[in-house]
Design a protein. Sequence first.
Lengths: 421, 909
Amino acid sequence: MPEVLVVNRNLQKENSWLLDTYRRDGGYAQAERAVRESTPEEVIETVTAADLKGRGGAFFPTGMKWKFVRADSNTPRYVVANGDESEPGTYCNRFLLEKDPHGFIEGMIIAAFAIDAHTGYIYIRGEYGFAAERVREALHECYVAGILGEGIFGTDYKLDIILRRGAGAYICGEETALFNSLEGKRGNPRFKPPFPTNSGVWSKPTAINNIETFACVAPILEHGAEWFKGLAVGKGNAGTKVYCLSGNVQKTGLFELPLGTTARELIFDYGGGVADGRTLKAFKPGGASAAVLTPDLLDVRLDPSIIQHETIMGTGGCIVLDDTVSIVESAYRDALFFEEESCGFCIPCRQGTPNLVQILERILQGEGSMADLDLLESIGESMASSFCGLGQFAYRPVVGALHRFRDEFEGYIRGELPVSA
Amino acid sequence: MAVNLRIDGVTLTAEPGTMLLTVARAAGVEIPTLCHYEGLDGSGNCRLCTVWRADGEGALLAACRSPAEEGMEIATQAEPARAVRRGVLGDLAAVDLSRTPELLDLLAEYGVEAEVEGAERTRQAEPVVDNPFYVRDYEKCVLCWRCTDVCGEAVQQTFAITPVGRGAESTIGTYGGIGMAESSCVFCGNCVQVCPTGALEPRALWELGDAELAAEERVVETTCGYCGVGCGLEVHLRGDTITHVTSDPDGPVNQGWLCVKGRYGFEFADAKDRLTAPLVRDGDGWKEVSWDAALGLVAARLGEIKAESGPDALGMFGSSKCLNEDNYQLQKFARAVLGTNNVDNCARLCHSSSVAALGMSIGAGAFTNSLDEIAENDLIWVTGSNTTETHPITALKIKAAVRAGAKLIVADPRRIELTEFADLHLQPRTGTDVPLYNALLHCLIRDGAVDDDFIARRVEGFEEVKTVAERHPPEYAAGITGIPAEQIERAARMLGAAPKTGFYWGLGLTEHTHGTEACLAIVNLALATGNVGRRGTGLNPLRGQNNVQGTSDMGALPNVFPGYRAVGDDAVRELFEKAWGVGLPAEPGLTSTDMVVGSGRGGLRALYVMGENPLLSDPHLNHTRKVFEKLEFLVVQDIFMTETAAVADVVLPATSWAEKDGTYTNTDRRVQRVRPLRSAPGLARADWEILADLAGRMGYRMEGDAAAIFAEMAGLTPDFAGMSHARLDAAGGLRWPCPMPAHPGTEWLWGERFPTESGRGRMHPVDYRTETEPPDTEYPLIFNTGRVLYHWHTGSMTRRVEGLEELYPEALLEISPGDAEELGIARGAPVRVSSRRGALECRAWITKRVSPGTVYMSWHFAEAAANLLTIDALDPVSRIPEYKICACRVELLDGAVEPNGASLRSARA
Ligand SMILES: Cc1cc2nc3c(=O)[nH]c(=O)nc-3n(C[C@H](O)[C@H](O)[C@H](O)COP(=O)(O)O)c2cc1C
Ligand code: SF4
Ligand code: SF4
Ligand code: SF4
Ligand code: FES
């Protein structure tokens, strides 16, 4: 089965990142038509009807988000593209940023028009230097071509888009931390409510979306809401999702597939199955934040409904673990990541993340006790009330692994498994 | 529409937007908190207040920041919530919570074992002791971020401290890790007050030994004795020793926030050199004598001089630092015992122009509105006031209003801190206010942006003023003021557009020979735009000292009785004559400046000074000194041997703020109680009591204590008739007018009519006059004077506070980089500053705060007294001296540039 190329449609083209290439195949026609001929309400209606949901991991309905922003009379309003993409195992935004920057910029322009924003920000993680360069060039092309700036597309609509860089903190992908970072403050999250739709960057109503979300917008306007909905499989899904496959699998990489594709299809049909003749031990469907699933669950759909299995769809970064992998060690690596990335703002996450690491270290070194397993659970219970999503999810890979592979944890404790870490 | 919800099974209603914590607490349901601080949004980061939302899918919510919603079902003790709290408390167990018994109790309640006492320090090797006022011991820090919130956007907007590091390595620190004293910290101690664990602790408290700590703590609620904001204080004592000061977050004036002087400036009261016994001159020295001997001598000398030369050969200075009761007693003494109206106070030197101008125009010279209403101003107009340093809490209110969306225009020749928050900074050449305000009026009239209806209903004299304004197009004013015409236009547009503007001014406007006219000019603007006599607007002179408002209210003025009733008004005089049982003089007396400058209707032979220090605070000190030396008899009643006391014949020891029992009236007319912290040192006595004793010796009986004196005053003064000490104790402060015992006091004034004869506000045409002594080739720079945050007036109090001295130990000359370069002056270089009247030496602080051509100095420092240079030219109406402008010369002195450490620390800008 071929991929369904919507957001990734331009990636293989020669000089795909240039404005000329993009325009040759009808690029910016949707933005131009929206700004010149549509009303903001029509745009929002179409996006709402298409049932586009945020690809940043929370799957919040995009049309509704824009409607909320528009409904707030406070001005100015802002549009923000979240290109912080720091979830381990996730790199779909990176390819869009590097190879097709105009695709998501067009989506941003349409969004800006829909919410009547005259300033947009693109926030790109610090490590994505090349991607940022490409975006900078693309923005420059837009200004020169009258696609951005004073009076875009020959109308009197003004729109500036400003590029900002992160500085190496995962937390700055969380929308409110991102706003703080944009404003030059310490990148820790802010309390919600108020939500970004009412109080985002500079405390003004803000539509913040993932790069991939924006990249869906122009195709939706071009082909219509029904077409977009028809792309997906499974209940409540619409459109495609760019899944990122990594781990010990034959073919790693990006696969743009109907949203709702099953893990089995992704790993075996597209990824060619586990590499090196190994068998599948487990897989993480949504990056480091997602808890592992076992092979008996291969037929679950990779969409938000996966939450019923104690894990998350997240950003669609699917990581394949073969039978040689120690699950405890893998959980330990996740824990290390979150210890490193906890911003330190709230008590449960600031203290909980290093506590998890300590206990897992103990267990891996054969010095753990059965009581440690209860401790892992109770740390999780308090981290559940962490201030932001990072802490609220950070314990789940550990506790999820414990629930599905308790034997293995106990094996280390009983000294049946080789000491590691 | 109220929302209905259930908390622990009880149905409750709440206003939408109310936080669950507030709803629960109001219903008597306790939820533990840590980062939450009443009155602040709170960071919401401790999660100790987590509750379980049982409806819907179920959720953990932080009660302190989660608003109540319709249909919510909240379980505060559900297991998932308790598990969170257990976890949080478990994480706190590693923190040194020895100063927080409540938290230790909570740990116990949740079955969490606290770390043993004396455990190894794991988080910070040593407590940081890097400033005089507080210690930072992050071993006790729970990273609640209250301190950084308060220092940042929530309150101070100083941004001296910030969370640093991330994850488990997070801590609190300064930007770049520099020491507190090198940072932008202004030592308000507001962070210390909100710290829940003692990680930030007042140094005096931290330094107490275990035994002292164990002693029982007393807390006395009183009012700050420094500036006119009148902050409420809670003074903590062990025995007679003040350990620290906090403030009630529910306090009506300052909501718990204080400045460095209010929080840490109390040490002077315990200074070793407090006056503790009456002193009479003995050759070049002093002789300690009994009260009997001292007062006997004073009574005899005053009696003699009065008998020889009549009562007007005597004069008295009241004190803006003393109580209403003291000042009432003093003016009564002058009028009833001495028989003279020669009584005045230092309001003469600060806001007499405001009082005169407001009196001439709207009939009464006080804040027309209130500090609370700053929050309601759409446009805040600040001029001639370095509010951040001289009225710190007012500045907090202004900054908060700006943060909430108000516009701010600062008109000030200096680039003061508030300009950083301003939408527009108009930077006039010193002393050119009149043309600026005339030009603003010009634009408003031209653009039809004046309030015609208000003018028609409530104003007279508009046509004359209009004629003058017409002659003042902005281009013309620009030539005089140096403010670009388009900035004047922009300011006028902002004024015209703002529904409610509040005008706030300080001494930069008043202390000129045309001070009254400058105030009239601003009054014209307010009357023309209808920004007075209405809520959220107002003409609001920021009164400097703790009781400068009250001292004038009490009639320590040469022309009026208490309540600003003219001494020449027969009916009023009869009222007082009847009450006091003696005939009273009808002729207004001499102002203090006329008494001193001696240019008035001379003949003054004896002067009685209560709590004032003219030999440092008056202009042209060399001349003032001569006048004082010529006096035949000088009595000074004070708490220290001030520069003035030093030349007196008799010095009488009085009580300080720490021992006083009575009332102060703050800048927005709020009368508040001052309570004694302990008894007076040695033989020192209350000011009013000394006067009563003296009166008895001069054949007049003055009876009763402070409460009785207040009652007598209230009985004779309709604006205060509803007040008494007892009521003030219960009500916590009342704003006059308060004419009846049930009256709540008055927030803003003159809603219907002004207290003038016609009931209308009168505009006065005013025109520009140059200063008395413009710069010339010989003295090419403008010499401007004022105050700094860390000191107070003549320094008799603040310079006896070690920490304040450490932070700001010496006078500095503010000079612009260009002028400094021209004169070859480097940062911290010693300079000589001179005028036609005197010279001083100090060090230079090169700063862009002052504009080229102007230098600035504070007058707190006796060893480099700015008033040696100032000119004693007076405003013809208010008799205020021209402190803000005279000509001077600056020269580089030989000698080493001292290391800049301490003394330039406060000079950071
Ligand atoms: C810890 C954390 C990290 C996040 N990182 C990202 C990210 O890198 N990129 C992203 O688009 N969204 C990220 N999010 C989600 C954003 O907060 C936000 O929901 C998203 O940008 C909204 O866009 P969408 O509606 O298009 O998904 C993160 C959330 C959390 C809690
Ligand atoms: S959950 Fe973690 S990342 Fe989020 S605020 Fe708390 S400490 Fe920061
Ligand atoms: S120093 Fe005090 S107020 Fe500041 S974060 Fe630590 S515990 Fe909180
Ligand atoms: S004392 Fe005041 S200025 Fe200094 S750090 Fe604390 S809150 Fe900030
Ligand atoms: S008190 Fe609510 S989170 Fe701290």
